[in-house]
Structure formats: C-alpha cells, structure tokens
Write a protein that binds this ligand. Structure first.
Ligand code: A3P
Length: 358
C-alpha cells in the first residue's frame, strides 16, 4: 500500500509538470506575439512622427539613404506623412497585409524638372495611403547606374501590394542616357514632369546656385554669350534645362505620350488639389488627396498642408522652396522670353496643351 501511496503523488507531480510546461510554452508564444505586434506598431509610430527625417519608411526599412551616407541630394521638406499613412498602417494590420510589404522597383517616377515644383508634388502625393515614395533623390539612372537595379531596389521603401512605389530625381528629364535606362527597367513605368515657365525656372535655378556659391557672376553675364549682340548662351544649364521640347522629344523616342503626365508648376501653386487630382487619375489612384488637405499660407505665399490628423502643426515646404528670386534686368527678361517663345510653342504642340507662359 505504502508503495501505491508513494506512486500517486509522483504521477500527480508529473501531470502538474506537464501542464506547467504546456502553460509556459503557451505564455511564451503569447508574449512573442504581443512583442511582435507592439514592436511593429511602435516603429510605425516613431517613424511617422519623425516628420523631419529625410527618408521616411513606416515599415522600418532600417538604413535610409542618408544614413548610408552615399548621396543626400536634398533634405526632405518640412512635410510629414502624418496620419493618413498611419491610418493605413492600421488597416493593413487588421488585414494582416503588412507582412507582405516588400521592396520593389518604382512604378512611377517624377523625372523633372528641377525647380518646377517637384518637391511639392512628391510631398503632396505622399499623403496618399497608396503611395510609397522615397524622400531623397537617388539619382540612380543619371549618376549611380553602375550600382545596378538591386541597389536601386534596396533604396526603395517597402510597399504593400497595390501601393505605388515612386521616387523623384529632376535631373532624369535632362540627362541623355536616362530614357533608355528607365525603359530597360520597365516599359510600363509612369513618368511625371512638372514644368514651369522656363524664364522663371531659370531665375529660380540661378537663385539656388548663387545661394550655394555666392561668388558666381550675375545672371545677366551668364545668360549671354555676348551681351551686346544679345546672343543667348543656351548651353548654360539654367537656360538649357528650360528647352522642354528638346528633352521631351528624347523621352518620346522610348515612351508613348500617354505614359508621360505633365504637371503645370504654376497650377500646382494656384490650384494644388486640381493638379493633384489629375496626377492621381494618371497613376490610377483614388482621388484621396483633395482640397481638404491644403490651405494657402499668406506668410509663405504658397499652399501648405493643413495639420494632418494626429499632428499638431500644419506643414509648409522648407525655406529653400518658394524663396525670393534674384532681381533681373527687365530687358534681359524680355530677351529670354523671346528666346523661349518658339521652343515653348513646340513644347505646347507636343504636350497637347498650352501652359500659358508669356
Ligand atoms: P522657388 O523657390 O523658385 O519659388 P523643386 O522642388 O522642383 O526644386 O521646385 C521648387 C519650386 O517649387 C519653388 O521655386 C516653388 O515656386 C515651387 N512650389 C510649388 N509649390 C510649392 C509649395 N507648396 N511650397 C513651396 N514651393 C512650391
């Protein structure tokens, strides 16, 4: 009997031990799940709230372009992705879709033009939950092509199925080798060009150059080959970039006109929601970015973003966007207008629309 009495407690103990093992395994499993979920949400929130971080990737991409220290062409303007993406993140959570987020090559590119309003367009588009855009300019097709498509892909933010991955590098529009290279990556890529009166664009370009290198000669000296004969130096970069017809022609040798969308830089300022509506249509996106997102900031003199849900402040682009232009001799301005006139006419014909530049 005594033997039996000894047997029972040990069997009980074994059962207890067994149960304990199962219970602790289950709790470890639960903890891991909770850890994973909170970990994921935390990184999403911190990344989104850091609105001044140059490259924002709410899926926690790890190394951003700038952190890699490779090339940081521009600091992202003072505009945040804000609540829309966060909201989308939650939707993605409930459907469990975020686990399928991957890095893909871009399906859309803002290829130009420099000083056209490309930063504004990209930041406005980033409000759309189905857009995942790189904050910095990767300059892949013009400067870093030798690094290969895998490198380029690794620069992109992670995206879910159905989201459009994009980047902007305004120099693509004017670099001769770029259209063929973009075509070799994808024949279906959607291309966006923000164009602006080439005379104002040139002055904006010069204003940017002189802010970085204050010792350069006056605009008037650089714009002419010979001031007294009035012969324009069309190879001077600020003027050459404005020969839109010439640049567009190179792209049209590789892509159909329907695959290139032209945004009016002027209307992007006077009616941002209207221009954004057309861009969203072109990208096959729902019109989610609307006039509700913008307000006109009188101090800045430009449209800015209303405070996004969850953020306390409205956002304007940074100081280098929308700055005072150098004042240029009106006669020189007129000479430039005359110079661009035939080029603009040809561009309007190719574009199928009149941009109304003087
Ligand atoms: P200026 O600084 O000459 O006014 P990009 O981003 O391609 O370099 O273009 C810069 C230009 O974007 C600015 O040139 C400005 O005119 C224009 N822009 C368009 N929308 C803007 C906005 N909402 N805020 C600031 N600048 C804007």
């Amino acid at each position: 009997m005594a033997v039996f009495h000894h047997h029972h407690p040990s069997a009980d103990l074994r059962r207890l031990f067994h149960r304990l093992t199962i219970a602790s395994s289950l709790s470890i499993l639960c903890f891991s799940l909770v850890y994973l979920l909170t970990g994921c949400c935390e990184s999403e929130l911190t990344e989104n709230s850091e609105i001044k971080t140059p490259t924002r990737d709410f899926f926690g991409s790890g190394w951003s372009y700038e952190r890699n220290g490779t090339v940081a062409q521009e600091v992202t303007a003072d505009v945040g992705e804000g609540a829309l993406s966060r909201h989308h993140g939650l939707e993605a959570n409930s459907s469990g879709k975020e686990w399928t987020a991957t890095r893909r090559l871009p399906q859309a590119l803002i290829i130009g033009v420099k000083k056209g309003g490309t930063r504004a367009l990209l930041e406005f588009l980033r409000l759309h939950p189905d857009v995942r855009a790189l904050g910095s300019e990767p300059h892949f097709f013009d400067r870093h092509y030798a690094r290969g498509l895998d490198w380029y892909r690794s620069m992109m933010p992670k995206a879910l199925d159905g989201q459009i991955v994009m980047e902007k590098t305004p120099r693509y529009f004017v670099t001769v080798e770029t259209p063929a290279r973009v075509h070799a990556m994808s024949q279906d890529v959607k291309l966006i060009v923000v164009v602006r009166d080439p005379v104002t664009r040139a002055i904006s370009d010069y204003t940017q150059i002189i802010s970085k290198t204050p010792d350069i000669p006056p605009f008037e000296n650089l714009a002419f080959k010979n001031r007294s004969t009035g012969q324009i130096d069309s190879l001077w970069s600020p003027l050459w970039i404005g020969l839109y017809a010439q640049h567009l022609e190179r792209w049209l040798a590789w892509f159909p006109r329907t695959q290139i969308h032209l945004v009016s830089g002027e209307r992007l300022i006077s009616d941002p929601a209207g221009e954004l509506g057309k861009v969203q249509d072109f990208l096959g996106l729902q019109r989610i970015v609307t006039d509700k997102h913008f307000y006109f900031n009188k101090t800045k003199g430009f449209p800015c973003l209303k405070k996004p849900e969850g953020s306390s402040k409205p956002h304007c682009l940074g100081k280098t966007k929308g700055r005072m232009h150098a004042s240029i001799d009106p006669e020189v301005m007129q000479r430039l207008r005359d110079f661009y006139k035939p080029h603009n006419q040809r561009f309007y014909q190719m574009a199928g629309q009149d941009f109304g530049w003087q």
